[in-house]
Design a protein around this ligand. Structure first.
Ligand code: AMP
Length: 139
């Protein structure tokens, strides 16, 4: 059996956390290094290392829990907005390889930002990549 992840150990109560919510498929708790007050992690109980490897049942449960939790966090904190961030793979900033979503409240005084430098989509590259992804979707 592969080694249990940090989040599995939290879910199973071996490591303490500020738990917010739990059902058959998901578990939510406060991030230990929050970007803002109420920064929450919504974790699948299934220890998939990235979202493309998550089962349909776990994915559906995450999809169902995200708006409910986001609403509760917004209402309880008085946040004016929030970001939902989800990293997959170390190169994408994932530090715990177990599917999780960050819900990060934003306040008028918040300083954190998520910036990137977009480029214009090249039309021939757009067509090539769309064809490739559509092919992959049909497999
Ligand atoms: P990521 O970089 O997307 O993999 O996010 C992992 C998150 O897990 C980080 O924001 C960490 O602060 C958070 N984290 C790590 N250990 C714990 C812990 N013991 N309790 C709560 N959050 C944690």
């Amino acid at each position: 059996m592969s080694e249990r992840t940090l989040f599995t150990r939290i879910i199973e109560g071996e490591i303490p956390c500020y738990k917010l919510y739990e059902n058959e498929h998901v578990f939510a708790f406060l991030d230990i290094n929050p970007l803002s007050k109420g920064h929450t992690l919504l974790v699948s109980k299934e220890p998939a290392p990235s979202i493309d490897q998550l089962s349909p049942d776990s994915a559906a449960a995450i999809g169902k829990a995200l708006p409910i939790l986001s609403h509760a966090i917004k209402e309880a904190t008085g946040a004016i907005a929030y970001n939902i961030i989800q990293n997959n793979g170390r190169e994408a900033g994932m530090t715990v390889p177990h599917v999780h979503f960050h819900i990060i409240p934003k306040y008028a005084e918040s300083k954190h930002s998520f910036t990137w430098e977009p480029e214009s989509l090249d039309t021939s590259e757009g067509k090539t990549i769309v064809d490739a992804i559509r092919l992959s979707l049909n497999e």
